[in-house]
Design a protein around this ligand. Structure first.
Ligand SMILES: [Fe+2]
Length: 146
């Protein structure tokens, strides 16, 4: 789970850079905040383990995709990543339910955060449905999306 949170941090960092580079500055600010949030999520999990006297092995984080076809591709990739992470947390929550009530609570909180993220990106994609996705329109919609 910790590795997945670091992967998410890197994804948003790369997306922030790409957005800034092509002039979507509001999106870049949004994804910067997202990347910081992902680091916080990793920290929560690490802290839980450290408090149980576990020596936390930090993961090697793979280099993320750094270039996107357009802003919508970046949002779609984010939606997919958040949905995958939601499913991963759901699997873990189910697994620990009968094993460890405290860990269940920690993971349950993470699952709720994931659900909010999935809904947020789904809403963005819904807003873009039926829109002619040229850069001009996306720049005009940027303040509504972010
Ligand atoms: Fe996260």
């Amino acid at each position: 789970m910790i590795e997945a949170e670091y992967d998410a941090f890197y994804h948003y960092r790369a997306l922030m850079n790409w957005c800034r580079g092509v002039g979507f500055n509001l999106a870049a600010d949004f994804f910067e905040k997202e990347s910081q949030d992902e680091l916080e999520h990793a920290k929560v999990l690490e802290r839980y383990l450290v408090d149980w006297n576990v020596i936390v092995k930090l993961p090697v984080v793979e280099s993320p995709k750094v270039s996107f076809a357009d802003l919508v591709a970046g949002i779609s990739d984010s939606y997919k990543m958040e949905y995958d992470l939601y499913q991963l947390y759901q699997k873990k929550v189910k697994k620990v339910f009968d094993m460890d009530v405290t860990l269940f609570g920690v993971l349950q909180e993470r699952l709720e955060v994931q659900l909010k993220a999935v809904i947020e990106y789904s809403d963005k994609l819904n807003m873009l449905e039926g829109v002619d996705l040229n850069k001009t329109n996306l720049l005009l919609l940027e303040s509504k999306l972010f």
